[in-house]
Design a protein around this ligand. Structure first.
Ligand code: KET
Length: 430
């Protein structure tokens, strides 16, 4: 319906997994013929909701939509570690030459240490290559372009459900994208047997997009034993694991959140890793990310590295410098690194505390319902199990914003709004 698309901002928000069918009717008819064939873009389900939230005049409104960490005052924090690095840098005005296609050296090695561990053998063997990218999204794009170019027959598979843009980026790179079974609403766990059975049907070189920690949107992660089993199947069937880690440090700790990555390297898998510092350095707008590829040997690593640079050259030539300098300064200083690590754990612990609070209030109000999943889920997100109708009621009646899928960004809760949100939840759940 044309009027609905243009008039009601809430109706523009599509369900999380909505398939958009083209052609979508144009929202207006102004008589132009030039761009008549251009398909209407109804907006992104996450980013559009943020806009709707901004325009909501109700003072009690609560944003639990986008994956951004807010502190207990409801503000996006400037980390002390980051601010010290910024101050030090600002003291010496610097030129801003182009970075090389692959990005800043000191940044790339810092990424490798954080993901794989400083003393990883594969690093010493020179078979892991890393390029700096425009956030985690840029890493996914460069990796997807590379894979589609060199494995043109391969299909890509994302978890059901996943972060919507996984599909978007891989389809944009020319992939046919399927889903693999993952989330089980009945147990609020992983459909492990179904998932592994599915992986066992896939042809060689199928690309699996995996969340090594803090699964988005469900908050449901695999155990280490489950990872071991999955990685063994991946190895046996010669699949290509592509691990997207955007929340390192928000689940367990910085090392344990990299368990699946390090285990895959130990098992000599041909691994792709996209990482993002948007959340754990609170540097969203700087676009600081990386793509790492673990290769069987140094010779192949050099071939891959060359093609990654070429891929970057053909998209945006070279990455932005500032955020990479800041991230490198934090990671490469013993003092700032220790400070940063602690700041990440403060964010993680605050999210955990909010989970606990929500659980406590809801359990007190609706004692016959099991809310333990709120405390078991990990990272920034919780799949609340709320229906689209309940989510819409939260938005319309209480100005509490979740994604239509029922995904809540737990980091949007704080001491001032938790009681209000919990009451609103209880109200729509009753
Ligand atoms: N991977 C995952 C799993 C992810 O959740 C995000 C962002 C990204 C990559 C992108 O990272 P970046 O470094 O910003 O390019 N997710 C949140 C924000 C968004 O949708 O863009 C979100 O899910 O709300």
């Amino acid at each position: 319906n044309i009027m609905q698309l243009s008039d009601d901002p809430v109706l523009q928000i599509l369900p999380f997994n909505a398939k958009i069918r083209f052609p979508i009717p144009h929202p207006s008819d102004k008589g132009s013929i030039m761009y008549r064939h251009v398909e209407y873009y109804p907006g992104d389900p996450i980013l559009s909701l943020v806009e709707t939230f901004k325009n909501d005049p109700r003072p009690e409104k609560v944003n639990l939509s986008i994956g951004i960490y807010f502190d207990d005052e409801g503000k996006m924090p400037v980390l002390e570690s980051v601010s010290r690095a910024e101050t030090a840098r600002a003291a010496t005005p610097a030129l801003s030459p182009y970075l090389p296609m692959e990005g800043l050296d000191t940044y790339r090695s810092a990424v490798q240490h954080l993901l794989f561990g400083k003393d990883n053998r594969a690093l010493a063997q020179g078979r892991i290559v890393t390029v700096q990218t425009l956030g985690g999204s840029g890493a996914l794009k460069v990796g997807a372009d590379f894979l589609h170019r060199w494995f043109p027959e391969a299909r890509a598979y994302v978890s059901d459900p996943t972060w919507d843009n996984h599909r978007g980026i891989f389809e944009g790179a020319g992939f046919e994208v399927g889903t693999y079974p993952y989330y089980d609403p009945a147990t609020v766990g992983v459909k492990f047997d179904e998932m592994t059975a599915f992986f066992n049907t896939l042809p060689e070189h199928s690309v699996l997009i995996l969340h090594p920690c803090c699964h988005n949107p469900t908050g449901v992660d695999m155990s280490e034993q489950q990872w071991d089993e999955v990685l063994q199947i991946i190895k046996t069937r010669k699949l290509i694991p592509f691990m997207d880690i955007a929340y390192q440090g928000f689940g367990g700790d910085l090392d344990s959140d990299a368990y699946a990555i390090r285990k895959a390297v130990e098992m000599e898998l041909p691994l792709f890793v996209s990482n993002s510092f948007s959340k754990n350095l609170s540097l969203y707008g700087e676009r600081v990310g990386g793509l790492s590829v673990v290769c069987p040997n140094k010779e192949e690593a050099e071939l891959v590295f060359g093609q990654l640079k070429f891929t970057v050259r053909r998209i945006y030539s070279s990455p932005p410098a500032h955020g990479a300098y800041i991230a490198a300064d934090v990671m490469n200083s013993t003092e700032l690194y220790a400070l940063w690590q602690n700041e990440v754990y403060v964010m993680r612990d605050r999210i955990r505390a909010m989970r606990q609070k929500l659980y406590d209030v809801l359990t007190a109000q609706i004692p016959n319902r099991d809310f333990t999943y709120f405390i078991k889920q990990r990272g920034m997100f919780s799949y609340t199990g709320l229906s689209v109708e309940q989510v819409r009621r939260l938005r319309d009646e209480f100005a509490v914003y979740l994604l239509d899928s029922g995904r809540m960004c737990v980091a949007g809760l704080n001491a001032s709004n938790i009681a209000y949100v919990a009451d609103a939840f209880a109200e729509v759940l009753k």
